[in-house]
Ligand binder design. Structure first.
Ligand SMILES: [Zn+2]
Length: 307
């Protein structure tokens, strides 16, 4: 983390056990759940199973250590911006997990988060639909007491993962490093975070200011179900591939960009960012030969259900 994010606020870090299932990160001090100190087989029943084991063995300590930067070097400007610190701390822990255990370990955690976000809360609504992430602690209600935690930490991690997908690995990490340089010992708003990410958008990005991205994933709710449609017209070497992505299960105002990979023989696969819609407008790609495959979001870069 120091290599990616710059120096921590203090030079020493003390990690202390705290009875219970939680942790907390203060400058120079981390409270780590006593559960994390136990071997998995010696842990209490509520911490058993693959998902909880990953949490207590791999995520919790890294999450609290990451707060040395996210929360202690830079802090949220208001209650509507606190999600940034939890999302960045948790995604930093997931980056560390990915580095040690590989991309499949990260995928498994994100898939579990998606499952929980889509679980039924009250009145036939999903947990994720209880409110936008910027509502912070006001997401917790008698209807869905767990909504604050799940949306802040788990959807928050997905927001960072999707942003990484949009910027690319190198630009995403450079953006985080620059954030800590620019906002060191200062506060950060959601809009300042968007403006900084905008500066790291790759050239030719379909949503260069990331306004659509923030509008859909941060300022409102919705996890779409997506269906890929494509058709090939013409004759080689002047083929035309049209690609459209249909969404359902979200409001008509929802629209996200999702990557579609076109694989052709003897060349690197090309990725196109296609705008989803309930009534999608296809994009057209010229091709010299018929594609081997056209794949919707092959790396799981978007929080969605593939149909
Ligand atoms: Zn935290």
């Amino acid at each position: 983390m120091a290599a990616s994010f710059g120096p921590a606020p203090v030079k020493t870090l003390t990690v202390s056990p705290i009875p219970g299932s939680f942790g907390q990160g203060f400058p120079g001090l981390v409270y780590l759940s006593t559960v994390s100190y136990l071997r998995p087989e010696a842990r209490p029943a509520y911490s058993k199973g693959a998902v909880q084991e990953t949490f207590f063995s791999d995520i919790l300590l890294a999450h609290e250590v990451a707060h040395q930067w996210w929360g202690n070097v830079v802090s949220p400007a208001s209650d509507r911006d606190t999600w940034l610190m939890e999302a960045l701390a948790n995604y930093s822990a997931l980056l560390y997990l990915e580095k040690r255990k590989g991309p499949k370990a990260l995928e498994a955690v994100l898939a579990d988060y998606r499952k929980r976000l889509l679980s039924q809360a009250a009145e036939g609504r999903t947990l994720e639909s209880m409110g936008p992430i910027i509502w912070g602690s006001r997401l917790a209600s008698s209807l869905a007491p767990d909504a604050w935690r799940t949306i802040t930490y788990e959807k928050g991690s997905w927001v960072m993962h999707m942003l990484r997908g949009r910027l690319g690995d190198r630009r995403f990490l450079a953006m985080l490093g620059e954030l800590l340089k620019r906002y060191r010992q200062s506060t950060l708003t959601t809009e300042e975070f968007r403006a900084l990410a905008e500066q790291f958008s790759p050239p030719g990005s379909p949503d260069p200011k990331l306004e659509t991205f923030f509008e859909n994933w941060v300022y409102s709710t919705g996890i779409p179900a997506l269906k890929l449609n494509f058709a090939l017209r013409g004759k080689a070497p002047a083929l035309k591939l049209s690609i459209a992505v249909q969404q359902s299960g979200v409001d008509d105002s929802f629209s996200a960009f999702v990557p579609v990979e076109v694989q052709v023989r003897g060349a690197k696969p090309a990725t196109y960012w296609v705008r989803t819609d309930s009534d999608p407008v296809p994009i057209t790609v010229p091709l010299k030969q018929a594609p081997l495959a056209v794949v919707l979001d092959p790396a799981g870069a978007v929080l969605a259900v593939k149909k």
